[in-house]
Design a protein around this ligand. Sequence first.
Ligand SMILES: [Zn+2]
Length: 284
Amino acid sequence: MRQIKSLICPVVLAAIVSSVFVIPAGAATRRATNHNRSSLSYADTSAQYDDPYSDFRNAKYSNAGLLSERDEVKLGTQLHREVTKKFNLTDVGLDRVERIGQRCARVSQRPNLTYRFHVIQSREINGFSLPGGHVYVTTALVRLANENELGAVLCHEVGHLVARHSLRTLKKSKEYDDIANSLGELTGVAGSIAHDLGVSLGQIVGAGMLTIHSRDEEREADFLGVRAMPAAGFDPQGMITMFQKLQRIEEQNPDLLGSLFSDHPDAQERIDNTRYEIGRMRRR
Ligand SMILES: [Zn+2]
């Protein structure tokens, strides 16, 4: 983390530590208190009453009303250029991340997007995704996670891409019209349009605008991730053990998770919700 701090401005650091798998700012906690009752073999109707994922079960995902997928991919290319200016990418662990990540991508509800997985050199444990199929994890996260746990993180990040969370955030931003127009006119990486777009996207990456998600978006990515894991060949328990590892690190070495993580102690809720969903998947 010291290393990454010396490379980037504090705003960028704040942005990256608050993204992802780690818990977002300002989150209202909604504890899933009654899920244990399902162990008493309550009927599904009772389980559904407490279903933490009821909002997402029948969701259909597309780019309708958002940037077209073609413009999204162009945006992703430009955003990735800004990421490479701010972070040290490395090949360390990349083969493993790529292999596991593509398994998540193939079974996702958005299998036709081209996904690109990247590893950032950092002591901080983190991961995030950007529009157009770019997924990033840090070397520290890659070292911490076993196969199933890395599958959990990457299936979660693919979930953000399936649900177009960053695109929805962008659509609500005041920069949206300018960016959409620039992408429409963009023909290459050179020229004044590309330059102006690069400046504003650099600021967006720096502010973490597209990588900070709401509590509901995190819940949705958890849901899509855990549902995808068995089909991708991972044990969904890996999502639980990953959260438990993060919980432990939060107690013992919280600076590795970034300052924001310690403000949001709802990992237990995410564990409870994941347990609920695994139980539900087993019953079907
Ligand atoms: Zn997330």
